[in-house]
Design a protein around this ligand. Structure first.
Ligand code: ATP
Length: 224
């Protein structure tokens, strides 16, 4: 491999997909696949959350959510699971999580924190949210019913969005600080809807990967 080719590989951004994954569903997989393709990522690191601060406790226990993410991503050559947050008993925030990854991966590798548009619109509620831009880029997947327009954002977020917004090619130019968005047609599926369908016994494998649906049935998750 030539020196230039090596540099390109080292600069290829790594995507980070955090979430409660209660349970992991097909839109999460589509998001990760489209991010790989449209943003030119080297890989996507899936990071299931332990106990998130900004929302109600997940219904399924951490070991089940981790097992389901592992099943959903198994065999994909460019998906990896990071279990450090979910195995930690104390609730974790995103900025310390990124600082931990920076200690492992160094300061120069572009990291892209992936999220749906709904999550981005709530960003100003996150702990130390402005520090996210010093640690990672942000890659936003469009999500029906969550328009990604400055008018839909709080003023301070709209200002960051307008200042930092760039094309996917900008992700390789710096290690952090750029906001990109990409189209995702994963429908309106959410974990909330999936849990409701599981309770009614109507969840199908169009909503969940088959091994995950099988795991849920075997462990009697979300049934009441
Ligand atoms: P819930 O209904 O419990 O909030 P969720 O699937 O939205 O479930 P998470 O498991 O935390 O929640 O999602 C992880 C990430 O996936 C978030 O950034 C979320 O915005 C994104 N995401 C989930 N579903 C979609 C979708 N249909 N389209 C685009 N992004 C999505």
């Amino acid at each position: 491999m030539s020196f230039t080719a090596k540099l390109t590989v080292i600069n290829q951004p790594i995507g980070l997909l955090g979430g409660t994954f209660d349970p992991v569903h097909t839109a999460h997989l589509r998001l990760a696949e489209e991010a790989l393709r449209q943003l030119g990522l080297a890989e996507v690191l899936w990071i299931p959350a332990g106990q998130p601060h900004h929302r109600a406790a997940p219904l399924a226990a951490p070991e089940h959510r981790l097992a389901m993410v592992s099943l959903a991503t198994a065999g994909h050559p460019r998906f990896r699971v990071d279990d450090a947050e979910i195995l930690n008993a104390t609730p974790g925030y995103t900025v310390p999580m990124l600082e931990r990854l920076r200690r492992d991966l160094g300061d120069r590798r572009p990291l892209v924190l992936l999220m749906g548009a709904d999550a981005f619109l709530m960003l100003t509620g996150w702990h130390r949210w402005r520090e996210l831009f010093r640690l990672a880029h942000i890659g936003i997947a469009s999500r029906p019913t969550f328009p990604l327009t400055p008018a839909a954002m709080p003023a301070e977020l709209a200002e960051e969005f307008q200042r930092r917004h760039g094309p996917p090619a900008a992700l390789t130019q710096t290690a952090a600080g750029v906001i990109v968005d990409f189209p995702l047609s994963a429908g309106t599926v959410s974990a909330t809807e999936v849990r409701a369908k599981l309770r009614q016994g109507t969840a199908a494998d169009t909503l969940l990967p088959a091994p995950v649906l099988d795991y849920i049935h075997r462990h009697h998750l979300y049934s009441n």
